[in-house]
Design a binder for this molecule. Structure first.
Ligand code: UT7
Length: 330
């Protein structure tokens, strides 16, 4: 393999999968004490896709999204040298999801591993793949984000159950010598307690009611909100300073779809029009590590990206606390 060591990957294929079943805010109001008005006003969410327990797993959704991304890229899957799947909600611990994806798309020459970095999982996996490409170790990578979050929802907790949805998204990256790419990644483990979900499988733990509740997504929503509206604009500003780009030069800021108000706040802080911040949270809710590639797929299908070069920033944040951002052309 002859790879220029100054290469980074360009996104040459995108795919996504969303489960068929949806729950509207009115459906949610039949489950917990809430309303369409409250959810819409506080989050921007109107409906979310919910996995079908007979059909959809994190693995099956990742496979479907990956197949679509590889088909969209129009490459021979044997070209793929790396498969990374980001997921916080894998249905199996091993074989790892990336190995299942490798098998399903016939990426027989790829190395594989999964990353668990909660909501910034896709950004983390993308940045990791770029570093493998940059090092010259691989030429082409498949990066997937997949989540079956509704498995981990406490359907009695109105503060969390209205926020999340299921789905998967994937991109294919191929090395090019003339592509701009810069990333920043950060973490604050000392502030991690505000989002917490324990594994059910813990030796010696009595399955008390309290323990069972800890196996669901537990969140201090306001703390996460404050973290996001402070750190996301800060990391984007630092990234732009590092690349010497002005925010005005960026065509799209593609952010993790967690809450419309968070995205609006970032736009305001960066003094950029909200039209530069694509959103699909209304229809998908928060799909964690799948949210950015699902949105990218939608943008490619409706022509916002795909033809001609667009300068974009992608950024995500979540449990950990972890957050990151990168600037590239797409
Ligand atoms: O990927 C990262 C994942 N996490 C996040 O993105 C979370 C970020 N945080 C948020 O998005 C927001 O904090 C929430 C949407 C979770 C909550 O919105 P908020 O504006 O911060 O509301 P709040 O928690 O301050 O609650 C305000 C009121 C409370 O009632 P009282 O105490 O004022 O009487 C809540 O009990 O709203 C109540 N409330 C609800 N009411 C109707 C909380 N959830 C609901 C609900 N429906 N679903």
């Amino acid at each position: 393999m002859n790879v220029d060591t100054t290469s980074y990957g360009r996104v040459i294929g995108i795919g996504s999968y969303l489960p068929e079943k949806t729950l509207t805010n009115d459906d949610m109001a039949k489950i917990v004490e809430t309303s369409d008005e409250w959810i819409t006003e506080r989050t921007g969410i109107k409906e979310r896709h919910i996995s079908d327990p007979d059909k959809d797993t994190s693995e099956s959704m990742a496979v479907e999204a990956a197949k679509r991304a590889v088909a969209d890229a129009g490459i021979d899957p044997k070209e793929i040298g790396l498969v990374i799947v980001a997921s916080t909600t894998p249905n199996v611990l091993f074989p790892v999801l990336s190995a299942s994806v490798q098998a399903a798309v016939d990426a027989d020459n790829a190395m594989c591993f999964d990353v668990n970095a909660a909501c910034p999982g896709f950004v983390t996996a993308f940045v990791t793949a770029q570093n493998y490409i940059r090092s010259g170790m691989v030429n082409c990578a498949l990066v997937v984000g997949t989540e079956n979050l509704t498995n981990y929802i406490n359907w009695e907790d109105r503060g969390t159950c209205i926020l999340f949805g299921d789905g998967a998204g994937a991109v294919v990256l191929k090395a090019e010598t003339d592509i701009e790419y810069t990333a920043l990644m950060r973490a604050a483990g000392k502030r991690g307690e505000c989002m917490h979900c324990e594994s059910y499988m813990q030796k010696g733990k009595e399955k008390t009611e309290e323990f069972l509740k800890s196996n669901y997504i537990n969140m201090d929503g306001q703390a996460v909100f404050k973290f996001a509206v402070t750190e996301v604009p800060r990391i984007i500003e630092d990234l732009l300073a590092k690349t010497g780009t002005s925010a005005d030069e960026i065509d799209y800021f593609i952010l993790h779809q967690a809450n419309r108000r968070i995205i609006e706040s970032v736009a305001k802080r960066l003094k950029q029009p909200i039209e530069k911040f694509p959103m699909n949270i209304e229809k998908t809710a928060n799909t964690s590590s799948a949210s950015i590639p699902i949105l990218l797929d939608e943008m490619k299908k409706d022509g916002r990206i795909g033809e001609g070069k667009k300068k974009v920033v992608m950024s995500s944040f979540g449990a950990g606390l972890l957050w990151g951002a990168f600037e590239t052309e797409i």
